[in-house]
Design a protein around this ligand. Sequence first.
Ligand code: COA
Length: 362
Amino acid sequence: MKSGLEDVIAAETKLSDVDGATGRLIIRGVSLDDLVATSRFEDVAALLLDGLFDEHVDADSIRVRLGAARVALFQHVEAADAVLLALPPVDAMRALLARVEDGENFEDAIKLMAAPAVFLPAVLRMQKGDKPLKPDASLSQSADILRMLTGRVPSAEQTAGLDAYLVTISDHGLNASTFASRVIASTHAGLTSSVLAAISALKGPLHGGAPGPVLDMLDGVGTPENARAWLSHALDHGERLMGFGHRIYRVRDPRADALKTVLKPIFASGQADQARIALAEAIESAALALLHERKPDRPLETNVEYYTALLLDALGFPRNAFTGVFAIGRTIGWIAHAREQTLDGRLIRPQSRYVGPVPKAA
Ligand code: COA
């Protein structure tokens, strides 16, 4: 019995493969580097969902249908009352998403990919006391998210940055939230139920909740010269350094470098504070040196969350919304896995071993 189910194979998938020993991620036959260089949100949605529904799936028609779905879903934003808006953004987004009817066909999948893209920016604006902005069906999903967030049409670099992030995190093997999505799908409850369960798993700090605390760490360190002393103090007090370590990767997470590459043009074009990236690089070097000194037997390397924090901050997302942005991208993978499970899998129903008290003999 392994309480974390490490090394237990619980599904066969054609969707993605994570090789933790070599740091290689393949999404439906394409390496992450190639995918990030060539794809937008709509392309990776077409790649992951192809063949899993009765309908033909291609990126251009997904773009058109997502635009229409965003416009149609905006009506649900009215349901965001004061109680809902007092919740953390990912919880408020999840509450609005629960209003989307359960279903199993491609139009249901389109609605579920469009819904968080509309609800998260709307929630963030309303939490600041601003009016939510209506979706613009003519824009790509990434450009429209940034416009609804900031009120400005984003630059090409900013849109490319968000696309690269959403593509990078679109799928990642049988992680906790994806497993949750497959468990729900195995009961044939419907795609909305799968996505709601997956978001609930994602929000935990051991899964998708780490990038906000990465920024807190950057703020705490303050200057490159202070990095080693600050990080040593944190480790002395038993804290974990956010953005480092991974359950599967024993080498650097390939997603970290994919994101670092798209960060550079945003910072270089003056659309974000250049000093921030220098600080992040200094902290990363100091953290890796310290982790290698203190845990020589445990390879602890940079994970995806580290440069996610810098990228999403530079794009204008507040740090308490980072998990919600993660959900926008990973929704594609959750839906693909849910469909794969429904089409090919059985009801997931493992066994437990009873170790509690037994009734006294009469
Ligand atoms: N900082 C400091 N020490 C760390 C560490 C980190 N980021 N990550 C792991 N370690 C240490 C643990 O304290 C443990 O030490 P111990 O054996 O002396 O107790 C050892 O390395 C192994 O840790 P373990 O919890 O078994 O690793 P895991 O594979 O179960 O955990 C994470 C993986 C991601 C949960 C863990 O690395 C972590 O908490 N990282 C920080 C949070 C984060 O960045 N999450 C996003 C993941 S994408």
